[in-house]
Design a protein around this ligand. Structure first.
Ligand code: C2E
Ligand code: MG
Ligand code: MG
Length: 733
């Protein structure tokens, strides 16, 4: 039996294929397999006559086997059990159109489009011939009276021949499907060129000719050979004109122009259209004219292939996305990991450099993502420029770049190049913008011989540089790991400092430079880590910020400072109290409410409280910071900008905000009396502050000379060891 099942949706399941594979050679090759013919007629005599007339006949070399059904119902029962090659069907049986109805059922319910049907009727008037032939998928429609045994045999033979052709097409189609579904399937051959080569190969296989041929597509200046195999292989990538065979060139050009396949004796030239790649022509040399069946097969194949080519094209694009960073066009993290793995397998030394744009977050949040994106592109271009084309350059994360340097000896030169490029401003959108980068370096194999370790260690070096040497670079050192561990330890311990009551506040006075009078105090945090061990903020504030623990710790500071202020005020020492707040605290939605609570709980007058915010925050937290500053100021709380001079806050920004005081960073004050440039910066800041109507305070004043210069420059206030050291509250009172 020929077990072909046609699936309605066009897809062929594995089961179908298995059936075909098992039966196909037998069904098509074995002569003795009888054709199964079903006679459906309510007239017993018709059965006998038919069998008698055809007894012993062979059709297309094979014998006939008959089954009989005497009603449409009986026919249904038989059809449910087995498949037939041919049905001789009576029209009028139980009803006038019982036979016609059955035709529809065979095609739809029994899903058998292959079986051939010859309709026979005793009363032709009931169903007009033309109408029936047009509307029903049948092979022949005859009056029983005209069917002599000779005629019957002719009709039967014609029907069985077309049945055999349908089976052949279907088995070939299934064979093609197999080819496409198998390992060479559309999904695994991803690159367009590789796929195209396979297309040519498969077409050669279908035509059973040697594997030579090519596939052309539209180029900028005429047709180009996209892929080629066998004797044509050398032409891949060339214009069509490169072919020496002029007839062939003409044939391909014609097919492209007319968009119709052509089958000459010397070659099959197939037109394909793929939605993404457009018009394509496959040309395969042959030595015989392509048969009708093969042409039809190729048509079916062409449709599948167009989709496959599109998939291959998509995969190429996906691959581009998968391994490249869309914004900068650099390699992405996946590629970096691949490359690191590849190089570590090779074994030659190389260095991995991670570069991070300083304060990028601030640019991105403060100036918007568009400027952020342009900054990243500018940074990418700058790195490419400084390191040269020989270096593998990737962007593994947001503002993080990675470079693989093979020529390790040149690394210092390359880093110097970069520093030089960074010293000039970077052009973003036509504006010169200052940009600094911090770098971390890890070397293969010293700092790790697996890609992941190396990447991690370069990251640790970068973090270390960020902390200690912003704008500079650090090479990985095993000590960093120890520090990292300590840091994690610190974070673990910090978790409980508030409830264990291990936090202390020390206070340092602020003095009026003119009168020398104390005009306020600043609360400075200390951690009583163990008995006799008082830890300064420099050693734990970073860790607290990083872990978010600064939020509860900072809340404790504000509450305690307010409480202390009230206590002193009650004793007649009503001094303004300044408290430091780090950027991370302002991100906390509860921040202003927290300050409100501290004020309410302590009963402090809001204008006795001053919040110190670092300058970098003005840039970084942009709008959110303005909002908080404005709402705090609205409550009467004073605002000071701490560590002023080291950030890049814009004047307009300062002007917009309701600020009370600028605190000049200690680094400018340190050698104020010896370095002229520091003196001019301080001079400038003081003038600027005064122009904006702010009080200006200089931090870290240790020597009388510094105080003297500050006085000359017109600075209002000072803070520093010269006047007062941070002290515990008992000492202050
Ligand atoms: P800051 O706000 O700029 O505080 C001034 C720092 O300079 C203090 O260091 C102070 O002891 C030190 N200092 C004052 N006068 C002199 C001087 O004449 N010479 C020198 N060399 N140093 C002087 P401290 O207490 O170690 O605090 C360091 C930083 O930690 C502070 O800088 C502040 O940014 C941060 N910080 C302190 N307390 C807190 C806090 O409660 N919360 C937050 N978020 N940060 C805090
Ligand atoms: Mg401060
Ligand atoms: Mg400061």
């Amino acid at each position: 039996m020929i077990a072909i099942r046609f699936s309605t949706g066009g897809g062929v399941s594995d089961l179908d294929l298995i059936d075909l594979r098992d039966d196909e050679p037998v069904a098509l090759a074995a002569d003795e397999t009888p054709w199964r013919v079903l006679i459906v007629d309510d007239d017993e005599q018709v059965h006998q006559v038919t069998r008698f007339a055809l007894q012993g006949s062979r059709v297309l070399g094979r014998p006939l086997h008959f089954d009989s059904a005497f009603s449409a119902d009986e026919a249904r029962a038989l059809l449910a059990q087995s498949r037939y090659s041919l049905i001789l069907l009576d029209v009028v049986m139980e009803t006038e159109d019982a036979g016609l109805k059955l035709v529809g059922e065979i095609r739809e319910r029994f899903e058998d489009p292959a079986v051939r049907i010859v309709l026979r009727t005793g009363q032709p008037g009931y169903a007009p011939e033309i109408e029936v032939i047009q509307n029903y998928d049948i092979n022949d429609y005859r009056a029983k009276s005209e069917l002599t045994s000779q005629r019957l045999l002719t009709s039967l033979t014609a029907a069985l021949r077309s049945y055999q052709q349908i089976c052949t097409i279907e088995s070939n189609r299934a064979g093609l499907q197999r080819v496409l579904d198998a390992s060479s399937g559309l999904m695994t051959v991803r690159a367009v060129r590789g796929f195209a080569e396979r297309v040519v190969l498969q077409i050669c296989n279908i035509l059973a000719v040697p594997a030579d041929g090519l596939l052309c597509g539209d180029g900028d200046d005429g047709l180009h050979i996209l892929a080629a195999i066998g004797r044509d292989a050398a032409y891949a990538g060339q214009p069509l004109d490169a072919l020496s065979d002029n007839d062939r060139v003409a044939r391909i050009a014609t097919v492209r122009r007319t968009e119709r396949s052509e089958f000459a004796a010397s070659g099959a030239c197939l037109f394909l259209r793929s939605p993404r790649l457009g018009a394509l022509v496959v040309d395969v040399p042959t030595n015989k004219r392509t048969s009708e069946l093969d042409r039809r097969l190729l048509d079916i194949y062409a449709i599948n292939v167009a989709v496959g080519l599109d998939n291959a094209h998509l995969f190429e694009e996906l691959e581009l996305y998968a391994f490249h960073d869309a914004l900068t066009g650099l390699w992405n993290r996946t590629s970096l990991e691949r490359e690191l793995a590849r190089r570590s397998a090779l074994g030659s030394p190389f260095a991995l450099v991670l570069a991070d744009i300083d304060n990028f977050q601030a640019v991105n949040d403060g100036l918007g993502h568009e400027i952020g994106d342009r900054t990243l592109k500018a940074a990418a271009a700058l790195l490419a420029d400084a390191f040269g084309p020989a270096v593998f350059l990737a962007r593994p994360a947001a503002d993080n770049f990675a470079l693989i340097v093979d020529d390790v000896a040149r690394l210092p030169t390359l880093l110097a190049n970069l520093a030089q490029r960074l010293a000039r401003n970077v052009l973003v959108d036509g504006h010169a913008v200052p940009m600094t980068m911090t770098l971390g370096v890890a070397r293969f194999p010293q700092h790790g011989n697996a890609a992941a370790t190396l990447f991690r260690n370069a990251g640790i070096a970068l973090k270390q540089a960020k902390r200690r040497d912003r704008g500079g670079y650090r090479e990985f050192d095993n000590r960093f790991e120890v520090e990292l561990k300590e840091r994690l330890n610190t974070i673990r311990e910090l978790r409980h400092v508030v409830e264990r009551g291990e936090l202390r506040l020390h206070y340092q006075g602020k003095h009026d430079l003119g009168s020398g009078r104390r005009v306020g105090v600043e609360a400075l945090l200390r951690w009583q880590r163990g008995p006799g061990e008082l830890v300064g903020p420099d050693r734990f504030i970073d860790a607290a910020e990083e872990s978010g623990l600064i939020v509860p710790i900072g809340a404790w500071v504000v509450a305690e400072a307010c409480r202390q202020q009230r206590e002193w005020a009650a004793r007649g020492f009503d001094v303004p109290m300044a408290v430091n707040v780090s950027p991370r605290q302002l991100k906390d939605a509860d921040f202003t409410a927290m300050v409100d609570r501290a004020i309410a709980d302590s009963g402090i007058a809001p204008d006795r409280l001053e919040i110190e915010i670092t300058e970098s925050l003005l840039l970084g937290e942009g709008d959110r910071a303005s909002e908080i500053i404005t709402s705090l100021r609205g409550r009467g709380v004073h605002i000071a900008i701490d560590d002023f001079g080291i950030g890049h806050s814009s004047l307009s920004r300062l002007q917009q905000l309701p600020i009370d005081r600028l605190k000049i960073d200690r680094s400018f004050v340190t050698d104020l009396d010896v370095r002229a440039e520091n003196r001019s910066i301080v001079d400038l800041v003081i003038k600027l502050g005064h122009a904006l109507g702010l009080k200006v305070l200089a931090e870290g004043v240790e020597r009388a000379e510094q105080a003297e210069v500050l006085r000359t420059l017109g600075c209002d206030e000072v803070q520093g060891y010269l006047f007062d050291r941070p002290r515990p509250p008992s000492d202050v009172a």
